[in-house]
Design a protein around this ligand. Structure first.
Ligand code: FAD
Length: 470
């Protein structure tokens, strides 16, 4: 009997589904890079069931591909097309186990959808600061396994910065239980960090304890037209100073991206009277009802206008206007999709170098990109820009995108790395960026990654072929 048949025979039938029409929903990645094959989807409901499945896979030598919300931009949760792997969906492992308002912590299972956790924290009078555009679909386990970033990193850090404790099933079926929601716990290696950002290659995250924050009592959101790209970093520093380091988001939108969006969605309105080349959506928040955040933001805007750093700007008058401004930032990817999708470069550089990177990389595309349309937006405060390129109007994206990735993308990545940056800021490696990791990765780092993989998963059964090549 083949290993998958014997494995499935050793598990209760309600642990998995085999209906090909249902299984098919788990086999294509979000960006349609790849469609894999899997004879079944394993769907545990408890950590004990995950342990039983992983132990059975180890005994039968069957590789697993953990899957959360399947929103990875790097095809990290898609099985190989050869059919020898099984998808392990965490979607039924979805209980919120505890909220401790005094400890400011939440403990939840891996399959919880991020927005559900945000709502749970909100109901307890607190806030979960992890927030990204895929919040309605991505799951806690996936967000932690990709060390997701998002729109609040500036104030609260990446996903790993919010993790107090972790529960996971290791490749041999052992349970790692370091789930205590402790802020101090210096007792040897911080092993949970090895699993965070590992994209399922070192074990299955089953639960985590996360930091919560106090809910903002004041939120001020502004939309600015920035005079010159070089002004971005000065503006951010001023905003931090005047708001007392309370800027939670400082998001860049180029006129290219805003133009694509306004053209793609007819009902949308430009939020300012005159168009500009560079825009920023910025938000400041404080849990204090006493600090004068609105006054601080108004003073910041007045000063920036007076000095010519900003040409125009508006401060949202209420929640509805705030939502409208954020809509512009968050729906740019949809505008790219409406134009045939984009070649994405999710790069980071030191924040001080970001304006220069944007200018130099734009010039590279203008010179070598055969008319490709830029779409540049991202997290200025994190030094992370989504430097994307859409096929020229009228060109076939299916032909243009691979050409661009082969001929021009290496120049963009080389530039980022030469400027002290990274070719992969927040989306991870998956399969899509394996070559880039091998090209740019520090040799000693790659050696340590292979050693960790071999030590914890010697049979290469955890998401094989992702992050570390066999
Ligand atoms: C509209 C949109 C906006 C996005 N915005 C951002 C953003 O701002 N910042 C950002 O960082 N990313 C962003 N992403 C990328 C993606 O949403 C995030 O990486 C997200 O965290 C992935 O979560 P997921 O549950 O969908 O994981 P999946 O895609 O299902 O899996 C991602 C990886 O984690 C592994 N995995 C999943 N669950 C587990 C588990 N329980 N244990 C071990 N391994 C597991 C998978 O095998 C895979 O390697 C965005 C994606 C979309 C579609």
């Amino acid at each position: 009997m083949d290993p998958i048949t014997s494995l499935l025979g050793s598990l209760p039938p309600d642990f998995y589904i085999t209906d090909p029409d249902v299984v098919a929903k788990y086999l294509t990645d979000f960006r349609h890079f790849r469609t894999g094959a899997s004879r079944a989807v394993l769907r545990p409901r408890t950590t004990a069931e995950v342990q039983r499945i992983v132990a059975a896979c180890a005994a039968h030598g069957v590789p697993l591909v953990p899957q959360g919300g399947n929103t990875s931009y790097c095809a990290a949760a898609t099985p190989s097309p050869l059919g020898g792997e099984l998808v392990l969906s965490l979607e039924r492992l979805n209980a919120v186990r505890a909220i401790d308002p005094t400890n400011l912590s939440l403990t939840a299972e891996a399959g919880c959808v991020l927005s559900v956790l945000q709502e749970a924290a909100d109901a307890a009078g607190l806030m979960l600061p992890l927030d990204l555009g895929s919040r309605q679909s991505c799951q806690l386990g996936g967000a932690l396994s990709t060390n997701a970033g998002g729109i609040s990193v500036l104030k609260y850090g990446m996903a790993r910065d919010l993790v107090l404790g972790l529960e996971a099933v290791l490749p041999d079926g052992q349970l790692l239980n370091v789930l205590q929601p402790l802020r101090k716990n210096n007792t040897g290696y911080d092993v949970k960090q090895v699993l965070l950002g590992a994209e399922g290659t070192l074990g299955i995250v089953t639960a985590a304890s996360l930091k919560l924050a106090r809910k903002p009592a004041q939120t001020v959101t502004a939309f600015l037209a920035v005079a010159e790209i070089d002004a971005l970093t000065t503006l951010l520093a001023r905003a931090q100073l005047l708001t007392g380091e309370n800027v939670t988001s400082f998001e860049y939108i180029s006129h290219h991206s805003l133009g694509l969006l306004l053209a793609a969605q007819a009902g949308l309105r430009h939020p300012l009277e005159a168009p500009a080349r560079h825009y920023v959506v910025m938000e400041a928040q404080t849990c204090s009802p006493l600090l004068g955040l609105e006054e601080a933001m108004a003073a910041f805007l007045e000063e920036a206008l007076g000095e010519g750093l900003v040409n125009d700007g508006t401060i949202a008058a209420g929640g509805q206007q705030r939502d409208q401004l954020w809509y512009l930032r968050e729906h740019i990817p949809e505008a790219e999709v409406a134009n045939g999708g984009s070649v994405k470069h999710d790069v980071s550089v030191p924040t001080s170098a970001l304006p220069s990177f944007i200018s130099q990389a734009s010039a590279l595309v203008e010179t070598h990109g055969a008319g490709g349309r830029l779409s540049i937006y991202g997290h200025v405060g994190d030094g992370n820009v989504h430097f994307n390129v859409v096929a020229p109007a009228g060109a076939d994206p299916a032909g243009y995108k691979p050409w661009f990735e082969r001929e021009v993308s290496p120049r963009v990545y080389d530039l980022a790395v030469t400027m002290g940056g990274s070719f992969g800021a927040e989306y991870g490696i998956g399969i899509v960026k394996l070559d880039l990791l091998e090209r740019y990765g520090d040799p000693a780092k790659l050696h340590m990654m292979r050693a960790l993989k071999a030590a914890l998963d010697p049979a290469n059964l955890m998401n094989p072929g992702k992050v570390v090549r066999a």
